[in-house]
Design a protein around this ligand. Structure first.
Ligand code: 5GP
Ligand code: ZN
Length: 110
């Protein structure tokens, strides 16, 4: 998607430093952190939200979920909150699938 900020980040067009990258996901720090640690696990594929998942995305979704404890371990965190906003009323601002991982001094969301 040409006008999607997370597609641009995932394509390496935004100079965003990745904490992790593979063929299907990237992980980077949230630009407006709401906890001491606030990272985003983002699919490389443009999927607007959970509502738009297809059967073909099952492997990707499993991988994204497994990235959460893996990243926590990498960052030395053993307690964290995971958030996926779906739809504008939930607070979703970027219409490209992503998991928030937050830990430490969590601040109000939305
Ligand atoms: P949502 O509200 O869609 O669940 O979460 C979007 C998140 O992306 C927000 O926490 C916001 O701070 C973050 N974000 C938006 N634009 C950028 C950006 O250009 N770079 C980074 N690193 N994070 C962003
Ligand atoms: Zn996108």
């Amino acid at each position: 998607m040409d006008d999607c900020i997370f597609c641009k980040i995932a394509n390496g067009e935004m100079d965003t430093q990745f904490l992790y990258e593979d063929e299907t996901v990237v992980v980077f720090n949230d630009i407006q952190p709401k906890a001491d640690t606030h990272i985003l696990v983002v699919s490389k594929k443009h999927i607007p939200s959970l509502i738009h998942l297809n059967d073909e995305d099952t492997t990707l979704m499993g991988h994204m979920v497994q990235m959460l404890p893996k990243m926590a371990s990498k960052l030395g965190i053993n307690s964290f909150r995971t958030i996926v906003n779906t739809g504008a009323e939930s607070g979703q601002e970027v219409d490209h699938l992503h998991f928030h991982l937050l830990s430490g001094n969590l601040r109000p969301f939305g």
